[in-house]
Design a protein around this ligand. Sequence first.
Ligand SMILES: CC(C)(COP(=O)(O)OP(=O)(O)OC[C@H]1O[C@@H](n2cnc3c(N)ncnc32)[C@H](O)[C@@H]1OP(=O)(O)O)[C@@H](O)C(=O)NCCC(=O)NCCS
Length: 175
Amino acid sequence: MQIVHERPTDAALIETLLNDAFGPGRSAKTVYKLREGVAHDPALAFVALEDGALRGSIRYWPILIGAGQTPAVLLGPLAVDPAHKGRGFGKALMRHSLAHAASLGHRIVVLVGDPEYYNPFGFTREKALDLALPGPVEERRFLALELVSGALDGVTGMIQPSHPQTRRLVRRRAA
Ligand SMILES: CC(C)(COP(=O)(O)OP(=O)(O)OC[C@H]1O[C@@H](n2cnc3c(N)ncnc32)[C@H](O)[C@@H]1OP(=O)(O)O)[C@@H](O)C(=O)NCCC(=O)NCCS
């Protein structure tokens, strides 16, 4: 198994994989409100390969939290070829991408997903209790992880999409 950065030639296969895993109605979900009109972060997009064949994909989107517009990343979608589930591709993509996110200086990761799958990577419901999403989600599946201990201290409020122009403004204000 190999984990490599997503390549432009992977896009079509990933689209098929996501449709198979989540169904064509996936873009109606609340998390897609945070992805609309914003590109995923190419530095955090990885694919799992086996003998060159695509087995899984993970992507992350940049987001901002609350009035303070604290930068964070939204994990997902994560999907593994249904014919190759349970063989460790998902865990490998999780471990690799989270380590890479930490090495790039990201501090906070949020996601909507099954806690039974994501708890072992450190994601908890507790860390997301002061955060809100722009639409309905099943509460127990809204989770967060601090890549830097204490990164969520005092961070509260609505999660917003991180449009490039907003990111520029946030950076200018911080400078
Ligand atoms: C969820 C998913 C990414 C896991 O990838 P995978 O490569 O099959 O999983 P891995 O081989 O790394 O891990 C397998 C373990 O995860 C567990 N697992 C898989 N899906 C799970 C889920 N939804 N909830 C809880 N545990 C889950 C398996 O029971 C197995 O446990 P074990 O190690 O104790 O035997 C994959 O099954 C998938 O694409 N599912 C459809 C899309 C999806 O649900 N994406 C995630 C959003 S929650």
